[in-house]
Design a protein around this ligand. Sequence first.
Ligand code: GTP
Length: 323
Amino acid sequence: MPVPVTVLTGFLGAGKTTLLRALLRDPGGLKIAVLVNDFGEINIDAALVVEGQADSLTLSNGCVCCTIQTELVEAIEKLLRDRPDLDRIVIEASGVSRSLPLTDLVESEALAGRIRLDGMFCLVDAAGFPELDFAATELALDQITGADVILLNKADLVTEAEMAALKSRLSGVQGSARMLPCVAAELPHELLFGSVARAAPHPHDHGPGCGCGHHHAPEEHLSAFTSWSWRSTEPLDEARLRRTLRDIGRGLLRAKGVLRVARVDGRIAALEYQQVGRRARWTELPPGTEATESLLVTIGLGDGVDPERFSALLETCRDGVAA
Ligand SMILES: Nc1nc2c(ncn2[C@@H]2O[C@H](COP(=O)(O)OP(=O)(O)OP(=O)(O)O)[C@@H](O)[C@H]2O)c(=O)[nH]1
């Protein structure tokens, strides 16, 4: 029997990892393996998806829909070899993955008969979507077009009228998908794993392009986005770090990290940092969380990412460095 595959798509910061973490905390008795793809060089999602028991394989520094397609196929093959008892595979696509090449890959000859695509779930940040600029909107719409179910996440950040306006806009783009508002990407298992998801396959665009009439290289959609990563083993000064990330964050689409900070009592704490558009959130990870180094990934458009400036600023955040 082919192993069912659920694919999570959605633009940077929409809530894919949030869904995955909840699923791994409560897999509903299923044996699930997850494949996590981060566009950046460092896979922060993999570092954060630590609570679950499920097998997890990470695919970093590229996008599974184009630059690291082969790695995705090999990772699936490895899972099928190592875990013949698996009930399901869940793939978290990177926030910049296009959906149709991904669908084609999961349904490709190479994997035929061994896996079956069971549902493409696209997460949309209901508050952030209307604020995206042209290049980002185009990609987010591509992801929405390929979805079987659209999760209008972060319902807590928008009014009912804003949610209704978003629904009406998106149903003009993808009318046949189910649309569900949610908070923290919460979704009943029956829906995520029910075969309702892929009941009515939509017509695929198997052409070479995105429908605009021009021919694009498969990885061309990535060219608008720049990613820069930073790592450091030295503890950081928390107040300076917070100020620096506020400063750096102004021109970014997305930043995330696990950061080791020195507390006044000499304790080292691990903080999770999440920035999506203008919103940033800090969360202290439970004591004992393995964080031997600080990891930070930033993603922006064009010159929104300035590696030299960012690394110079972050270097001044090392604990003990004179302010
Ligand atoms: N207010 C609010 N925040 C949310 C909700 N769902 C997720 N978040 C937050 O949004 C941020 C990004 O969520 P992730 O789950 O990491 O998003 P993602 O789609 O995996 O991000 P990428 O992998 O970078 O594309 C985190 O700080 C989450 O805690 C929600 O329903 N409401």
